[in-house]
Write a protein that binds this ligand. Structure first.
Ligand code: BGC
Length: 244
């Protein structure tokens, strides 16, 4: 079954048709930058444009960068504060005239990795950590998703949330070397290790393709592996969300 998956981030909104039996992208990825306002109306318009680009009619799966509860945003992440308590699922569905299923973006990426990628068959507590504009996390116990783990929200020193210290957007903003930034990621992972003691951590998001550039800085005992599906995991997992 081919489903349109749309992965929404703070910097880009990306879609592709995905074969949800195999987890493969069957079209090129189509990306539109997230509107600078990061507001609902503007983002709903881009959502519609992505659906129209694929001339698609069918259920749409979507990964969204806030805590999601039955389609409603229960946090705003790095988006505009007007998303709080808004039913994003209804908003996008009305914008494109198709049924939309929406889940947290890191949960979606984790689902892809656990079902079609490097996490397949992994038992125990596996964490998918996505590092991009923010830091997202998806938790799986014996392959079953525990939704809305929000490890990027841990306060750290003067930072209200550690994603403001260790996200990839911060590396770019502060022009940090991979070595310096990698040490920050390690600090984050040390806290994660201390709090939840996972069996395996999988790193996703665009920066996972650069894992070799900061791998040496990652010194925790828990195994840490880059997600082979890389940045496509979000789209694949979003598409698969229609059958969650
Ligand atoms: C949000 C998470 C999201 C992550 C990655 C964070 O700011 O709180 O829900 O998964 O960004 O987009």
């Amino acid at each position: 079954m081919d489903i349109l998956g749309i992965d929404i981030g703070g910097s880009g909104m990306k879609g592709a048709l995905v074969n949800i039996e195999t987890g493969e992208l069957i079209t090129e990825r189509f990306r539109i930058p997230t509107p600078a306002s990061r507001k609902p109306k503007e983002m709903a318009k881009v959502f519609k444009d992505i659906v129209e680009h694929f001339d698609y009619k069918g259920p749409v799966g979507c990964g969204f960068p806030t805590i999601m509860n039955h389609g409603v945003c229960k946090s705003v992440g790095n988006l505009n504060k007007s998303w709080l308590n808004l039913n994003a699922q209804n908003l996008f569905s009305e914008a494109c005239g198709l049924p939309v299923t929406i889940v947290n973006d890191a949960d979606a990426a984790g689902y892809a990795v656990m079902n079609y990628g490097i996490g397949k068959g992994e038992q125990g507590l596996v964490l998918m950590i996505t590092i991009g504009t923010g830091i997202g996390s998806g938790a799986f116990y014996n392959g079953v998703l525990i939704p809305n783990f929000e490890l990027g929200q841990i306060p750290y020193k003067k930072y209200k949330k550690i994603e403001r210290y260790a996200a990839d957007s911060i590396r770019k903003k502060e022009k940090l070397s991979f070595k310096k930034w990698g040490a920050r990621v390690n600090t984050f992972l040390e806290l994660v290790d201390l709090i939840v003691c996972p069996d395996l951590i999988i790193l996703g998001g665009g920066v996972s393709k650069d894992f070799d550039k900061f791998e040496k800085q990652i010194k925790i005992e828990t195994p840490v592996k880059p997600a082979i599906l890389g940045n496509h995991a979000g789209i694949i997992g979003a598409a698969a969300a229609v059958s969650f």
